[in-house]
Design a protein around this ligand. Structure first.
Ligand SMILES: NC(=O)C1=CN([C@@H]2O[C@H](COP(=O)(O)OP(=O)(O)OC[C@H]3O[C@@H](n4cnc5c(N)ncnc54)[C@H](O)[C@@H]3O)[C@@H](O)[C@H]2O)C=CC1
Ligand SMILES: C[N+](C)(C)CC(=O)CC(=O)[O-]
Length: 322
């Protein structure tokens, strides 16, 4: 049914080549795949090659697969050419439901029979996106994190009409391609990680809107605080340690009653013009004159340092050869 086993994939198509599609293309190239890409924007090829070139130093530090090369990228003139021989397709077009529905149906019509098609959507359930496709069984969500070439996690989930075997195939493929995979049994709004991030972001926006904290204070509260722990242990195990020898049970007995109010207090904030402007201005101030390219390079260096420090990457040349 599938064109090949996940282990035998050689050609991947990336459709939509902005921040995320470009990041996926960089990741797949670094893993030694041939990548075809299509994006309707007139300047897409130039932007894509620039993004991949900027990511490449970080990818070299992570370690390139044998034969990996930026030259294995082909940017095609049409969507049909991009997917004609693809053994896996990653869709990363704008987050608009109608566009995703039409595009996934078009990809389904053009792709070789059985090729799995994954959407990078950061929130739409596949059930809502697969409505127009003739073969919805091969459509899955493969939700990455920015940048996909550095952040290991991808959340995989199907829709009501997805064949569970396609979810399994996609999860295995991502693993082979070097990702850390969470395969979800059922659709959940925002998947897992974005649901958590959205809760944090909702509170952050409320604090900016109410003048309770600045953008800089919000960022520092995470990078100087819980963010340091979260790269090592998730929020659950981290809080279990807050209970001392009594672990999570003591933590819940001790703090549960006092936490009930903050859990239920706030609705989504109104993203009005004043809040929009305050968040944008706060981020400009936090960037302190650094360009987006400078910030990307700083983030990439920092994430690699964290991956090394937490043992996900070798710390020294000696460790790398062990
Ligand atoms: N930016 C982020 O942090 C993350 C985004 N995502 C998801 O990835 C997807 C892409 O988002 P970004 O890369 O951030 O957006 P982006 O705006 O950077 O890139 C979107 C690209 O799609 C192209 N495009 C427009 N119409 C298209 C069409 N009909 N077919 C194919 N391509 C088309 C645009 O020219 C553009 O290059 C979205 O579904 C988003 O939710 C997922 C995880 C993180
Ligand atoms: C902002 N975002 C919702 C598009 C973020 C994601 O979907 C994942 C990420 O990179 O944090």
């Amino acid at each position: 049914m599938y064109p090949c086993a996940p282990e035998d994939v050689r050609r991947v198509a990336c459709v939509g080549a902005g921040v995320i599609g470009g990041g996926w293309a960089a990741h797949f190239l670094a893993r030694g795949y041939d990548v075809t890409a299509w994006d309707p924007a007139p300047d897409a090829a130039v932007r894509l090659r620039r993004l991949i070139a900027a990511a490449w130093p970080a990818l070299e530090q992570l370690g390139l697969a044998d034969g990996a090369s930026q030259d294995r990228l082909t940017v095609t003139a049409t969507l049909e050419e991009a997917v004609a021989d693809a053994q896996f397709i990653q869709e990363s077009a704008p987050e608009k439901l109608g566009l995703k529905r039409d595009l996934l149906a078009r990809l389904d019509a053009a792709a070789p029979a059985g090729t799995v098609i994954a959407s990078s959507t950061s929130g739409y359930p596949m059930t809502d996106m697969q409505t127009e496709a003739a073969d919805p069984g091969r459509l899955v969500v493969g939700h990455p994190f920015n940048p996909p070439y550095l952040i290991p996690l991808v959340e995989v989930v199907g829709g009501e009409r997805t064949d569970p075997a396609a979810v399994e195939w996609a999860s295995r493929f991502y693993e082979v391609a070097g990702k850390s995979v969470i395969t979800m049994e059922r659709e959940v709004p925002g998947f897992i990680a974005n649901r958590l991030q959205e809760a944090l972001w909702r509170e952050a926006l409320h604090m900016v809107a109410n003048g309770e904290a600045t953008v800089a204070e919000i960022d520092a509260s995470i990078t100087e605080g819980p963010g340091l722990r979260w790269a090592v242990m998730g929020p659950m195990l981290t809080f279990a340690l807050a209970g001392g020898e009594g672990g999570m049970a003591h933590m819940l007995d001790h703090f549960g009653p006092s936490l009930k109010s903050p859990w239920t207090r706030l609705e989504a904030p109104e993203l009005d013009r004043a809040l929009y402007d305050a968040v944008v201005a706060g981020c400009d101030e936090a960037a302190d004159g650094r360009s987006i390219a400078d910030l990307v390079a700083t983030r990439d260096r920092g994430v690699i340092d964290v991956l090394r420090a937490t043992g996900r990457l070798p710390r020294t040349a000696e460790e790398a050869t062990r």
